[in-house]
Write a protein that binds this ligand. Structure first.
Ligand code: PMP
Length: 364
């Protein structure tokens, strides 16, 4: 038997044609490529968390309703009264659930997002059997509303994903543009506001759920400081959430995540304070980067900064040699030629990045 023939017979052609989502090994590196919070929990909280985890019941499935965890998420993370939440194994899973709920190979639907955008929108659309429509942002990374509204009228997308702020560009789209998209979608389609970076941007559409029944607000605890536990959550009109619930795999949030999140959310002020210091560092780092010759810095409301350098491949290679991991955005989209993205970290790591960047930009 030939394994190649087996794969050709069994695996979808579009899956065979792509590569896996690559996560580089970061051991020994200053890791500034994945928008993680660099701070760990304080020692006393880690000790207490250890006790809670030791008491976790591991021989049983998680409680089906996740009622306690959902209550904590609702009370501690700003869900409006009267709205329930749905939990996911990271918001990546929620993105997948949304696209799967609207499309499959038989019922081809369109999923639309401005591009460059978070890569999971197009990947999830593809795996769900949906057509992905990318609408180019303007050169200043604002929404091209003429193009957006024309694409919505043409494709009637089942879902529009808008990251607020956008990854990888870091900017917040204009509120009136988002409102116009919600209006244009109307009862024909959803608008998912992906607020992964809300802890830093402090801007939200959560309080607009009552105005737009087609609005879904999605968030994650990853950027807040809990990337390791994999927990995302989303809210929408209750009847809509009920439909998504049918597609959610049972027990998708494991007991260890459940226990850890329930405990840490009692101390969410610690994470909020970390986010505030990351925001202060973002301002310092942006200013220092902007002062470097040949560098164009894009304004960010998130915990990362994107910038254009003379030669992104060269800069990334030199930073890699200096043990600093950042992301080269050049291959992601033509608009991002020679752009790189760096996560805002501790003052020490940010300075290490700055120094390595300055050295990389200095002609030999
Ligand atoms: N949405 C956006 C815009 C993101 O940038 C990311 C992570 N890079 C995610 C969602 C996924 O987050 P999670 O860790 O919750 O899967």
């Amino acid at each position: 038997m030939s394994i190649d023939k087996l794969i050709a017979n069994v695996i979808r052609a579009d899956v065979r044609a792509i590569g896996a989502y690559v996560v580089p090994d970061a051991s020994g590196y200053i890791k500034l490529d994945a928008m993680e919070n660099p701070y760990e929990l304080p020692e006393h909280l880690r000790t207490e968390l250890g006790q809670r985890l030791a008491d976790a019941v591991l021989n049983r499935y998680p409680t089906g309703s996740y009622a306690t965890l959902k209550d904590k998420v609702k009370n501690k993370l700003g869900i409006p009264a009267g709205y329930d939440v749905m939990l996911g194994n990271g918001s990546d899973e929620l993105i997948q659930i949304v696209t799967t709920t609207v499309a499959n190979q038989e019922r081809r639907a369109s999923v639309l997002a401005p591009v460059p955008a978070f890569v999971m929108y197009s990947r999830s659309a593809q795996f769900a059997g949906a057509d992905f429509v990318g609408v180019k942002l303007k050169p200043d990374f604002t929404l091209d509303m003429d193009a957006m509204l024309a694409a919505i009228a043409l494709h009637r997308p089942a879902v529009v994903f808008l990251a607020y702020p956008n990854n990888p560009t870091g900017n917040l789209f204009a509120v009136e543009d988002i409102e116009a998209i919600l209006q244009a979608q109307g009862e024909h389609g959803l608008v998912v506001l992906d607020e992964a970076y809300q802890p830093f941007a402090r801007k939200t559409f959560m309080d607009r759920l009552g105005d737009f029944e087609n609005l879904v607000v999605m968030r994650t605890v990853s950027k807040l400081g809990l990337a390791g536990i994999r927990l995302g959550y989303m809210t929408a009109a209750p009847a809509l959430l009920d439909e998504f619930e049918k597609v959610r795999p049972p027990y998708n949030v494991n007991v260890l995540t459940q226990v850890a999140a329930e405990f840490v959310l009692e101390h969410v002020d610690v994470l909020d304070a970390q986010a505030a210091s990351i925001n202060a560092e973002r301002e310092r780092l942006s200013a220092e980067l902007a002062a470097l010759p040949g560098v164009e810095v894009f304004t960010s409301a998130a915990n990362f900064i994107s910038l254009r350098v003379p030669d992104a491949a060269d800069v990334c290679a030199k930073l890699y040699d200096a043990k600093v991991l950042i992301r080269n955005l050049s291959k992601m989209h033509g608009m991002l030629a020679n752009c790189i993205r760096v996560t805002v970290s501790t003052p020490e790591e940010n300075s290490a990045f700055l120094n390595a960047l300055k050295a990389a930009l200095t002609p030999a």
